[in-house]
Design a protein around this ligand. Sequence first.
Ligand SMILES: *[C@@H]1O[C@H](CO)[C@@H](O)[C@H](O)[C@H]1NC(C)=O
Ligand SMILES: *[C@@H]1O[C@H](CO)[C@@H](O)[C@H](O)[C@H]1NC(C)=O
Ligand SMILES: *[C@@H]1O[C@H](CO)[C@@H](O)[C@H](O)[C@H]1NC(C)=O
Ligand SMILES: *[C@@H]1O[C@H](CO)[C@@H](O)[C@H](O)[C@H]1NC(C)=O
Ligand SMILES: *[C@@H]1O[C@H](CO)[C@@H](O)[C@H](O)[C@H]1NC(C)=O
Ligand SMILES: *[C@@H]1O[C@H](CO)[C@@H](O)[C@H](O)[C@H]1NC(C)=O
Ligand SMILES: *[C@@H]1O[C@H](CO)[C@@H](O)[C@H](O)[C@H]1NC(C)=O
Length: 447
Amino acid sequence: MQILIPFAALLALPATQAIVLPDGTGRLPALGWNSWNAYYCDIDEAKILTAAHAIIDLGLKDAGYEYVNIDDCWSIKDSRDNVTNQIIPDPLKFPTGIKGIADEIHDLGLKVGIYGSAGTKTCGGFPAQIGNEYLDAATFAAWEIDYLKYDNCYVPDNWTDIYSACVPDQWQTYGPYINGTCPSASSGQDEISAPPGYDWSTSLSAIRYGIMSDALLAQNRTILYSLCNWGHAAVQTWGGSTGSSWRITGDITPWWARVAEILNEGSFLSNYANFWGHNDLDMLHIGNGNLTLAESRSHFAFWAAMKSPIIIGTDLLKLDSEKVAILKNKALLAFHQDDKFGKPAEPYKWGVNPNWTFNATHPAEYWSGASKAGTLVLAMNTLEKKAWREIKFSEVPQLKKLGASKDSFEVRDIWSGKYLGCVRGSIGRWVGSHDTVGFVVGKKCRG
Ligand SMILES: *[C@@H]1O[C@H](CO)[C@@H](O)[C@H](O)[C@H]1NC(C)=O
Ligand SMILES: *[C@@H]1O[C@H](CO)[C@@H](O)[C@H](O)[C@H]1NC(C)=O
Ligand SMILES: *[C@@H]1O[C@H](CO)[C@@H](O)[C@H](O)[C@H]1NC(C)=O
Ligand SMILES: *[C@@H]1O[C@H](CO)[C@@H](O)[C@H](O)[C@H]1NC(C)=O
Ligand SMILES: *[C@@H]1O[C@H](CO)[C@@H](O)[C@H](O)[C@H]1NC(C)=O
Ligand SMILES: *[C@@H]1O[C@H](CO)[C@@H](O)[C@H](O)[C@H]1NC(C)=O
Ligand SMILES: *[C@@H]1O[C@H](CO)[C@@H](O)[C@H](O)[C@H]1NC(C)=O
């Protein structure tokens, strides 16, 4: 018997203190590259350094990308150092150690990330951190690591949460969501629901992730802490007092259905994100699987609009120039990295479905968000064929306030970068299947 907590109950934001790091680290969502979606376990120094050089050569560093993150499978698998108990980098994959490659990456003016797990082993079965958090954090600091992605595999029984939160990812198990709300009790499920108003920051998951947070903060080094507990234990309610970003779902896969599914889940969580704390929609798959150019545009546009960390996950040497251009899109990166406006964009109209419908294949299509450059507006086509999408200024909350019904505004197209002049009332386009159009609606025009 299970009674899942209603989504609305999660909207009560606890008054927790955000993690504020020196030099603005983690204030804005991270930009970088990670080895997993490109190479999975098959990594070595050459591949990581090739990516680091490509970040520079392709102009991605100039566009703001800075982290080069080594994911799972970097260490010796079956043991730690029998004297110091430290994790040992695999000498075949990383002949100069993690310190050696970190030095090379730093010499390029980039930062370096490493991967661990809040369990007995990493997801790939390598030594992980539980019980050794302070030792490993000190080792990472000694290697001059700048970023830790902290996964959720091999959690010991005595660290398993008593209650299970409603995880939107598992909607297929639990039944359809209504208005972003978990389905009500149904019989035959074996997990125990949390009592109404349960404070998930007291859960074993929050404590488990909190130990590594404390361990990193105890180091004489700024290490961005990226929580990867797959959206469990209502992490959005405590992630911001534990780290700089938190994954809201299980892993992304390189096809549209999964991108749309994650996009839908993220659309209900914008209240939790602001400066210093970000919903992580998972690493990009642009360049992988069967994502089309249109789907790649939507993937990037919404990861930027929702202010998720943007961590590229492909072999950059194989990426075609059109997709590189997507990753360098000026208007979207400016929105993502805006230092005055921390809130992500939000849907103002769902489109295909009624407002507030939780739907994995047809998420919200019409979005807006405030920025220094003006109001970012996006319109997506979730259908399988071309369709007309019209952004009516009177429906956009930020423009309504400015008197959208009578005035015209300076408009720029986010993809072409072209200034479209003064536009009054609305802007409409034919939009290809799974594609997204977007505009920055700036100042009111005179006269
Ligand atoms: C400790 O590890 C070293 C190699 O790293 C090995 O030569 C030595 O035999 C090990 N000692 C024990 C007690 O396992
Ligand atoms: C689980 O067991 C380990 C090993 O005995 C112990 O260190 C840890 O504190 C326990 N965790 C909890 C939540 O009690
Ligand atoms: C859905 O939830 C939102 C947010 O709580 C609320 O504003 C809206 O009125 C709800 N819509 C319906 C149809 O219940
Ligand atoms: C902390 O690190 C800085 C910069 O590397 C160094 O100058 C300083 O001495 C360190 N402080 C301590 C207490 O180790
Ligand atoms: C893309 O790949 C996925 C997984 O193999 C598949 O389910 C989907 O149908 C493919 N989509 C297209 C458009 O080929
Ligand atoms: C959804 O919201 C938009 C913008 O406020 C509004 O124009 C539209 O009528 C709403 N649709 C529904 C079905 O409530
Ligand atoms: C999602 O929305 C589409 C379009 O309205 C609809 O056909 C589909 O049945 C919905 N899916 C679910 C699981 O409700």
